[in-house]
Design a protein around this ligand. Structure first.
Ligand code: JB2
Ligand code: AKG
Length: 388
């Protein structure tokens, strides 16, 4: 066995023979791009999240882009969002010519702070884009109240949050536009893929048009028609379709979602229990009413942690354990660094620099979990020569 095979990876999608068979069967039907499987996946996803409509797209980045358009965000507008998110969050705002205005996150949850978000509101603000970072729901009620008070649109980037819940309701049903990802680093995967959930029929209709070139009568309808029908392209749209092959996989993944989340939560609980007495770290915590799918398990290393974050990552890697740095901040990426002048986000920067994400996937064997825990202790508790 070479070293890569022995490695404990950061993540692994839970894909089985069942998903492979579903993709195989779909290929043999001869209808491979957006068609009946996409429709079935949408209906099942809408039922799962408790909304009227779901629209499948190629990934969560395109879901966010289309959501910006239907929410009416455009050139000259500002959208408040966390910098601490995968760069796709900010990019979707840029795609429509608007400006992402980065606000701080709360250190315990890695999620947008309603207090700082309110400070960033100007007369150009059109929307707030909240992110349920690494699967932990953001403070949705506070943002609903804020967006109502200032007459702003509220959009949810739930890329990481399929299967998470807020005050007893699945993420997806709490606001007008909620965007999901099925990238392989997420809890369920269709290879790549995305979904938008909404209760608004007008949004639903426009999203369906926009994802397929603004086509008034789609190919499937024309295919099945026994009368000649011609389509019109009613506005400039996009090719943001999900394929039927992906949707067939998604249907099988959705059936497993609650089970996958419960398995992920068991691993998170084992980590929490093992590390609970280490004073120099802060563990993830769920407030009352918040239910995380633990898309990632992130630990914050406090000032008195015996080892810096990057050295800890390297020593874990030397023991065959992959880890990742804390969630990135967009304002420190080259693409955003210079466009909005000096941005001061000390909490986000500190979290990015001093957090570490540990492996978590399904099925994670008991000896793998134990190896991560033991290695974490051995590395951090090893006697060290003090260099100061
Ligand atoms: C939430 C964010 O998480 C991810 O950031 P990250 O730094 O934690 O993880 P990444 O290194 O990008 O995740 C890739 C890891 O996810 C696992 N993986 C397993 N299968 C795949 C795959 O097919 N494609 C990719 N890209 N990754 C796959 C592997 O362990 C691989 O190393 C990013 O992929 C972002 O795209 C994502 N939004
Ligand atoms: O592009 C990526 O690496 C991840 C972004 C994502 O999750 C998505 O667009 O669905």
């Amino acid at each position: 066995m070479d070293k890569r095979e022995r490695m404990i990876p950061i993540a692994k999608p839970y894909l089985t023979e069942e998903e492979a068979q579903a993709a195989y069967d779909t290929i043999l039907t001869g209808w491979t791009t957006q068609g009946p499987k996409v429709q079935e996946f949408e209906e099942k996803f809408a039922a799962y999240t408790g909304v009227k409509y779901a629209v499948a797209v190629s990934n969560c980045t395109t879901a966010l882009h289309l959501s910006m358009i239907v929410a009416g965000v455009g050139a000259g507008d500002e959208v408040i969002c966390p910098s601490m998110s995968y760069i796709a969050t900010a990019n979707a705002i840029k795609y429509v010519g608007a400006t992402p205005v980065f606000a701080e996150v709360q250190p315990e949850s890695y999620n947008l702070s309603p207090v700082d978000a309110e400070k960033k509101i100007t007369d150009k603000t059109k929307a707030i884009l909240i992110v349920h970072q690494i699967g932990m729901p953001a403070d949705i009620d506070a943002f609903k109240e804020l967006s109502e008070r200032y007459n702003l649109k509220l959009i949810e980037d739930a890329a990481c949050a399929a299967g998470s819940a807020y005050k007893g309701k699945k993420i997806g049903s709490n606001s007008e536009l909620v965007c999901f990802s099925f990238h392989p680093r997420k809890v369920i995967s269709t290879g790549d893929g995305g979904m938008i959930t909404t209760n608004r029929e007008d949004y639903y209709r426009r999203l369906k048009l926009l994802r397929q070139h603004g086509m008034s009568v789609n190919d499937r309808v024309r295919h099945e028609a026994n009368k000649v029908i011609f389509e019109d392209h009613v506005e400039v749209g996009y090719n943001y379709r999900m394929t039927d092959i992906q949707a067939a996989v998604g249907i099988k993944q959705l059936e497993k979602l609650d089970w996958i989340v419960s398995e992920r939560r068991k691993v998170a609980a084992t980590y929490n229990e093992a590390f609970k007495d280490l004073d120099f770290i802060r563990l993830p915590s769920e407030k009352e009413g918040y239910y995380s799918n633990y898309q990632s398990y992130s630990i914050y290393l406090k000032r008195d942690c015996p080892l810096d974050r990057n050295s800890l990552m390297q020593e874990l890697l030397d023991k065959g354990i992959a880890s990742r740095r804390g969630v990135m901040t967009s304002h420190r990426e080259t693409a955003y660094k210079n466009i909005q002048g000096n941005i001061n986000l000390p909490v986000s920067e500190d979290l990015q620099d001093n957090s570490i994400i540990l492996p978590l996937y399904v099925p994670m064997k008991e000896d793998e979990v134990t190896h991560v825990i033991d290695s974490f202790f051995n590395i951090l508790m090893a006697p060290r020569v003090l260099t100061y």
